[in-house]
Design a protein around this ligand. Structure first.
Ligand SMILES: Cc1cc2nc3c(=O)[nH]c(=O)nc-3n(C[C@H](O)[C@H](O)[C@H](O)COP(=O)(O)OP(=O)(O)OC[C@H]3O[C@@H](n4cnc5c(N)ncnc54)[C@H](O)[C@@H]3O)c2cc1C
Length: 440
């Protein structure tokens, strides 16, 4: 992810630098005023380039799943390019305001004169300036509520839908206020390309077309709830569902007003277009979900997405599969898929971490699925039973293995702790794959 962000910033810097080299101080401004002017352009270019990338990623481009490692990673890049874009927009705004400071300290002399256009364009440029300012205030507010994790997700999600409109305002600002010579330079070509992509993405978002080709209608075939606050929902999907690979996820809409939520498909591809979800009551909507669902209810499913895929396990690497809590869902799909050919199932240690192993209903399900798979060793860690999983346990599992792979789905805290400790001991020999259950 870092490489892509740095790569894009480097490309923009090169294009900007090229323009600067060809136009060495043509307006005769003083050094400080020139630095201020170029700082204004560069921060603006960074911001609109990153925001365009963020908009493009919001269209859920499945072709990027392979190079980036899954849709959760596409969303991660979308989030961080958005955060960086807004930070540069804030810097751009500060540089703009620095003009008052410069006037007060070094005076107006050496100031770079504004490009003069005819009356109509001047009116448009004034409008673009105002629009940019309003949009910057709005995106800054968006950044604050994005980073403030306690802000209710549903309200955040509604407000987030305004982002394409704010982006279009910023494109208008950037297109009208960029220096005219940019449009005959590589920097203009690069910006035009990025902004055209971003505008297309905004239109797709505003017209509700994102993900439409992957949406299929269906009905609920069964609903069951367990004592642990988990609801099992099986859906019968209509023609058009092309199946899924074990470990993938889908966006499911039970209620049009509530909108889509992402859940892993916790079953193998049964080829009859039935899929099962295991949904834990983790928040406002999922709490009490079972009471709101009934057999025959229509649903909309969009997917499948994701690369947390059993087929990607490297047979030459020792396999460690780690599930934390509801992060067990992709592994349920893997184990169900392996039942079709147990003899050829890979060898793996499956660690399931739960709060209370005595009452957790997934323990019985995992035990029964693993009973037919001789290569899979199930280890259950109940924290109330004092059996927490540590990196030391995993190191013991790995023994003298030359190469290892960890497939992890569970709480971020556990992922970070295990990843840090394991990769420092097993540097270069261990690959860590993770499915993130968080998109914000
Ligand atoms: C790829 C992926 C796979 C997942 N698989 C499962 C699964 O198999 N079983 C399971 O129980 N949970 C799964 N989750 C988590 C599940 O999506 C959230 O727990 C659920 O959406 C919470 O909704 P809520 O309104 O009850 O919670 P809230 O209290 O409103 O939100 C809690 C958190 O859930 C996330 N969230 C809420 N609504 C959405 C939404 N519409 N879209 C994206 N994220 C949202 C946000 O991170 C939010 O901070 C998965 C998440 C992802 C990203």
């Amino acid at each position: 992810m870092k490489k892509i962000l740095i790569g894009l910033l480097a490309l923009v810097s090169l294009a900007w630098g090229w323009d600067l080299l060809l136009n060495t101080n043509p307006s005769g401004g003083s050094l400080l005023w020139t630095i201020r002017q170029e700082g204004l352009y560069l921060t603006g270019l960074y911001s609109i380039a990153l925001m365009s990338l963020s908009m493009l990623l919001a269209t859920r481009p499945t072709w990027l799943e392979r190079p980036l490692g899954g849709m959760d990673q596409v969303y991660r890049l979308h989030k961080w390019s958005g955060i960086l874009a807004i930070s540069f927009a804030a810097a751009h705004w500060l540089v703009e305001w620095s003009s008052d400071l410069l006037k007060a300290t070094i005076g107006r002399e050496g100031r770079i004169p504004k490009e003069r256009l005819n009356g109509f364009w001047e009116v448009l440029r004034d409008l673009a300036e105002d629009m940019g300012e309003w949009a910057i205030y709005a995106v800054l507010a968006m950044l604050v509520i994005t980073l403030w994790k306690r802000f209710p997700y549903q309200i955040w999600r509604l407000l987030h839908k305004v982002m394409p409109v704010l982006y279009l305002m910023l494109v208008f600002h950037a297109a009208l206020l960029s220096p005219l010579d940019y449009w005959v330079q590589p920097v203009g070509g690069l910006m035009a390309l990025l902004m055209a992509g971003g505008v297309m993405a905004s239109v797709l978002s505003l017209t509700g077309l994102i993900g439409r080709p992957r949406q299929v209608a269906g009905t609920i075939a069964s609903v069951n709830s367990s004592a642990g606050g988990v609801t099992e929902v099986t859906c019968q999907l209509k023609e058009g569902w092309k199946g899924h690979r074990p470990g993938q996820f889908a966006f499911i809409t039970f209620n049009r007003l509530e909108g889509a939520h992402p859940f892993t498909i916790a079953s193998a591809d049964r080829t009859d277009r039935t899929i099962t979800f295991q949904i834990k009551a983790l928040g406002n909507y999922t709490r009490g979900l079972a009471a709101r669902l009934h057999i025959g209810q229509t649903v909309k499913v969009e997917g499948p997405y994701g690369r947390f895929n059993l087929a990607r396990c490297n047979p030459r690497a020792q396999q460690l599969w780690i599930a934390g809590g509801i992060g067990v869902t992709p592994f349920l799909a893997w184990l169900e898929a392996l039942q079709a050919d147990p003899k050829n199932a890979p060898a793996a240690d499956l660690h399931y971490c739960t709060r209370d192993s005595e009452t957790d209903s997934f323990v019985a399900r995992l035990t029964s699925l693993c009973a037919t798979l001789p290569g899979i060793q199930l280890h259950v860690h109940g924290s109330q039973q004092g059996e927490s999983l540590t990196a030391q346990t995993l190191v013991t599992d790995l023994g003298r293995a030359k190469r290892a792979e960890i497939w992890f789905c569970g709480p971020q805290g556990l992922a970070t702790a295990l990843k840090n400790q394991m990769t420092s001991t097993w540097r270069g020999k261990l690959r860590f794959h993770q499915e993130a259950f968080e998109m914000r």
